[in-house]
Design a protein around this ligand. Structure first.
Ligand code: SD4
Length: 327
């Protein structure tokens, strides 16, 4: 079994544009499965949690939920209740999940709930709706047996928030895995220098060839209270189509929403582009619209197709992802 990280050594801004090559996937028998891919370096333990399910013939849906729950459990990390708060000092979480039949569920701006991904799954399975937000999402969670956790910030979040309050400047930090390019209070590094991304997106294919995906996040640090990013939006932060492939995103959510990013990536895969080229073409949509603005942004896409091929592309260097498969 392989659990590895992947580094992207290029960026859309720096790399010469490649000629798009179409690679039509016709032989599904050759699929590498099961397989799970997840965003960032912090995806390694997430993949390991998902693999426990995939490797015992479990479903991709159960696997992505388990992976997302794993990182939500890390109270001193990033994506769950340990994440950075909004500008009012409140941690609000976004999450979604989608399966191979286009069933999907999401919660946005939910407070005091440890496992928003599981609430998202309940929305998917127990309601006729797709997204529940804020107080309504929390009420639904409590009615379904989820416990209300404390409102206390994690130690690292407390410190970062106190520091942010000195200027109270809303300036999203480009979230990339290059410490030099991040200030001491960048959301992706703890005080001790360990990595801390605020978003986890993962997509998986199980032994039967079915795809699913999940995303969980505390969103942009110090966002406006009530702000919702791409992560819980189906077609933006996550999209799964069992015929074409699955994709997830990380980075400045507003830019992903503007282009319906992961839906676009999946549609490019449907047209025959490899996962990497599909991601690249979606990134180019953002970059080509405003090259100057793009230099201040990070958006990364990660995709998996039905053959078990995966790929990623990002505006800036430093978007890493993690892969786990048998081969
Ligand atoms: C958001 N896309 O809330 C998320 C943030 C993110 O790595 O992905 N950060 O916009």
């Amino acid at each position: 079994m392989i659990n590895r990280r992947k580094f992207l050594h290029f960026s859309a801004l720096a790399a010469p544009l490649l000629t798009a090559k179409k690679t039509f996937a016709s032989n599904f028998d050759a699929a590498t499965r099961p397989i799970v891919v997840s965003t960032w370096d912090s995806g390694m333990p997430v993949n390991a949690a998902a693999w426990e399910i995939l490797s015992t013939k479990g479903t991709a849906l159960d696997a992505v939920e388990a992976g997302a729950m794993h990182i939500e459990n890390e109270i001193n990390c990033c994506v769950g209740l340990g994440g950075y708060p909004d500008r009012d000092g409140i941690v609000t979480l976004d999450s979604c999940i989608m399966d191979h039949k286009a069933n999907c569920g999401a919660v946005a701006g939910i407070e005091r709930i440890k496992h928003p991904v599981s609430v998202a799954r309940k929305v998917m399975e127990k309601t006729p709706h797709v997204i529940l937000v804020g107080a309504g999402a929390q009420q639904f969670a409590v009615e379904n047996g989820f416990t209300l956790e404390s409102t206390d910030l994690s130690e690292s979040a407390k410190k970062a928030y106190a520091e942010w309050l000195k200027k109270s400047e809303y300036k999203p930090v480009i979230n990339i895995e290059n410490k030099k390019q991040n200030g001491p209070f960048a959301p992706n590094f703890f005080d001790d220098g360990t990595l801390n991304h605020d978003t986890m997106g993962l997509v998986a294919m199980d032994i039967t060839g079915n795809l699913s995906g999940a995303v969980t996040t505390s969103g942009m640090a110090f966002k406006l209270h009530g702000r919702v990013g791409d992560s819980p939006i189906i077609g933006a932060g996550l999209f799964v189509d069992n015929e074409a492939g699955a994709a997830t995103s990380s980075g400045t959510g507003e830019e992903v929403i503007r282009i319906c990013g992961t839906h676009l990536v999946v549609e490019f895969m449907r047209q025959g582009y490899s996962p990497e080229l599909a991601c690249k073409k979606a990134v180019e949509r953002i970059v080509n619209r405003d090259k100057v603005k793009a230099k201040t942004l990070q958006v990364g896409f990660l995709a998996l197709n039905k053959k078990g091929e995966y790929g990623a592309y990002a505006i800036q260097k430093g978007f890493e992802f993690s892969v786990k498969s048998e081969k």
